[in-house]
Write a new protein. Structure first.
Lengths: 205, 205
DNA sequence: AAAAAGTTTGACCATTTGGTCAGGATGACG
DNA sequence: CGTCATCCTGACCAAATGGTCAAACTTTTT
């Protein structure tokens, strides 16, 4: 009945249909641009029925964001202190690029939220996200101290990785519009470009 | 009276007050998230008075976008075929970064529009924007053929420049949240990082 | 100073939108 | 099969929102 764990099959089915529909709508229109009617229609339910499963529009949005944020950090977490520094970072870039390809709606949901001032996830940014980024920045500084990677600012390196990879999800319309028609290969091409760029930029010496 | 050129002082003053207010509101909330009341209040006018100067909310948005798109291409246009390839591209990066610092609302207005599917500027993307990008991609390919710059995909190079620079405007909240506190230096730091990255990535050989 | 042109507003309207509710339908289960 | 809990809906509501309009108020022009 609430945003917590579903208890019955019907709840299971409907809550996930709602979240799926809401992801579609919110990611495309932003929070205020989305309407309960759109979400209900996309989920194949009536509006009052939506509100039987979630107490409000806001609650749906929060549920969606919580689910997302939970897994958003995973690729960065996987940066391995034991691995080869440049391979690790390039691996991170390619993992993020895969996410942009496979989960573009999640990326746009996140982007919408942040562009509009991150009203609902400010604590996440200054809390868990900042902590993890700071930790990985330290790791990168360690690698730099050992001379295994060029001495660039770790935070801005991470920002650039986010920017370049998420760009292919968030600005997809623009990318396709400019690359058209043969844009089917844009992700492999982007991977090749980004791998080249980061290998070159980070090579020590 | 319409979105064309103002005729009187009062028109001059009020239309620019409206556009300034609308930029503030639209860039922060997106088209659907913005309300005429918010814009009117920010402009210091009554809502009916807004609609005396612009026929609709949509018209204000269009006027704003037209104004913006007109100047959006300038930095890329300035890529000089006569200059040193790497200096030219790094110069472009730094110019875009300056724009992200000085005109963040314009950047967010644009980003909001594209994330939400570019309903109002699709023709601009596949038209003038694509043309200019393709032209500059050819220039970059020429430089590559002369061996003066590394052979990376020119389109994806340009995308990465847009992504990394606009990130500092569009995702400002996130950048500040992670860098805090000493985030006042984020633009000079970003400039240093990006210049390093692109010089390294593009050096021939 | 009067007329004309331009500007502003309060009151109003239709539609959209998030949300409620009483009651009916449907399933789970002894 | 009966009953209890879960699920679903049509009708409804209040607030917000984009937009209209007649009338009043200013400014410019003659």
């Amino acid at each position: 009945m609430q945003g917590t764990a579903p208890r019955t099959r019907i709840q299971e089915k409907n809550t996930s249909a709602i979240l799926e529909a809401a992801l579609e709508v919110f990611s495309q229109a932003g929070f205020r641009g989305a309407t309960l009617d759109q979400i209900a229609k996309a989920a194949g339910l009536s509006k009052p029925n939506l509100l039987y499963y979630f107490p409000s529009k806001e609650a749906i949005h929060v549920a969606l964001l919580s689910e997302l944020l939970d897994s958003w950090l995973d690729p960065l977490r996987a940066l391995d202190p034991q691995g080869d520094p440049i391979d690790e970072i390039v691996g991170y870039v390619l993992r993020k690029l895969d996410m942009a390809r496979d989960l573009p709606r999640e990326s746009r949901l996140f982007a919408n939220e942040i562009i509009q001032g991150a009203p609902r996830i400010h604590d996440y940014i200054t809390g868990p996200l900042k902590r993890l980024v700071d930790e990985k920045a330290d790791l990168i500084r360690d690698w730099q101290a050992e001379g295994r990677i060029a001495p660039v600012d770790p935070h801005h390196l991470i920002f650039s990785i986010w920017a370049t990879t998420q760009h292919y999800a968030d600005f997809d319309v623009q990318v396709r519009g400019i690359l058209a028609p043969g844009q089917d290969a844009r992700f492999p091409e982007a991977a090749r470009f980004l791998e080249h760029m980061y290998r070159r930029a980070l090579a020590p010496g």
